[in-house]
Every structure is written in C-alpha cells, then in structure tokens.
Design a protein around this ligand. Structure first.
Ligand code: ADP
Ligand code: 5GP
Length: 185
C-alpha cells in the first residue's frame, strides 16, 4: 500500500478542521501544519494549529522555495511547508487542510495527491456553523461567506466531493476514499 497525500478543502466553516482532527487522532495520518501570518484565535497554539509567523519571515521562506504552495486569504498568507510534507510521506499518509487554490497547486506539483472537497449541506448551515463557532466577527463571517461560491466552483477539478451533513457519515466516506487510494498501484 502506498502512502497518500490527501488534500481536504472546502468553504470556511464546512468542518475541515473537525474532520482533520478526527482523522489524525484515530487514523495513522499526519496533519501538515501550515504557516500563517494571521493572529492566533483563542485557544490556538503555535506549532499545533499553525506556525504563526510574521510577514517578513513568510516572504523569506517563499524566496527559499520553502512552500509546496502558498496563497493569500482575508489579508493574510497561508502556506504548506515543503520539507515537512515530503519527509512525513516517507513514513505515513499526510493530510493537508487547505483552500482550493492551494489544493490545485499541490496537484500541479505532486500529481499523486488526492483532492477531496468537503461540501456544506446548505449555505444557511455553513453560516450557522460559523456563528456557533464564535471565532470571527460578523463582518469576517460575511467575508468568508462571499468566498463560498468561488470555492464550490472548483469542485469539478477535485477528485472527490463529500457532503458534511452528518459528521460520522462524512468521516466514514473519507476513510473509504483513503483506503481505496492507498490500494491503487
Ligand atoms: P472549517 O475548518 O472548515 O472552517 P470547522 O471544523 O471549524 O470548519 O467547523 C465549523 C463549526 O461547525 C465548528 O463549530 C464545528 O464544531 C461545527 N461542525 C463541523 N462539522 C459539523 C457537522 N457535520 N454538523 C454540525 N456541526 C458541525
Ligand atoms: P483559517 O483562518 O480559518 O484557519 O483558514 C482560512 C483559510 O486558509 C481556510 O480556507 C484554510 O483552508 C486555508 N489554509 C490554511 N492553511 C493553508 C495553507 O497552508 N495553504 C493554503 N493555500 N490555504 C490554507
């Protein structure tokens, strides 16, 4: 069985973080920790959710070709550290929780990557989840909502789409996809 690089994308609030945490807790998968220039939210820890770094440090890492991909959202940079991912893949499956542009760039550089898009049951539900999560102001939530249509418009370029309505159903569907991909030659 091969080790696979799995990319999990989808609109903000759809449940990527929740699913990524469960997969990396119970399954033998490592979660890549991205670098970001945004500030930590309450409860987020440097080196656990993200490496929170300054813009200058991020730019210097870009110049040194240190990212498998990076992009800018909501006025901040986010990037996938190249060394971590390629080294981890030698040992086990690796999961990237990144936006659609990042996912498509990863596929360009690493064609074996498996792209999974997580879909919301509805627009209303995604807004409810962001409000319930209570980590952003209503202005920030509205700006994240505006990006939903863009993210969803890239669905056909992804290998799989999974609806996150019931969490356990979505989780099992993703586990089946990973199993199938690991067994491909
Ligand atoms: P993302 O990482 O995609 O921005 P999160 O994983 O932070 O999204 O999920 C957003 C909110 O929705 C969280 O409060 C989470 O607990 C909740 N959530 C995730 N999946 C489901 C689900 N299937 N049903 C209901 N709520 C969910
Ligand atoms: P958040 O600020 O909610 O943690 O993340 C905002 C967006 O950045 C989400 O869509 C998330 O998937 C994306 N993101 C997180 N890490 C990376 C990364 O390394 N690269 C890219 N391209 N996007 C990322």
């Amino acid at each position: 069985m091969r080790n696979v690089l799995i990319v999990l994308s989808g609109p903000s609030g759809v449940g990527k973080g929740t699913i990524a945490k469960l997969l990396t807790k119970d399954d033998n998968i490592s979660l890549s920790i991205s670098c970001t220039t945004r500030s930590p939210r309450d409860g987020e820890v440097h080196g656990r959710e993200y490496f929170f770094i300054k813009k200058e440090e991020f730019k210097s890492k870009i110049e040194k070709d240190g990212f498998l991909e990076y992009s800018e959202h909501f006025d901040n940079f986010y990037g996938t550290p190249k060394d971590f991912v390629l080294n981890s893949l030698k040992e086990k499956d690796v999961l990237l929780e990144i936006d659609v542009n990042g996912g498509l760039k990863v596929k360009e550089n690493y064609s074996d990557a498996v792209l999974i898009m997580l879909l919301p049951p509805s627009r209303e539900e995604i807004k409810n989840r962001l409000i319930k999560r209570n980590t952003e102001s209503i202005e920030k939530i509205n700006s994240r909502m505006e990006r939903i249509d863009y993210e969803l418009s890239k669905q056909s370029l992804y290998d799989y789409a999974v609806i996150n309505d019931d969490l356990n159903v979505a989780l099992n569907e993703i586990r089946k996809i990973i199993e199938l991909e690991k067994n491909k030659v």
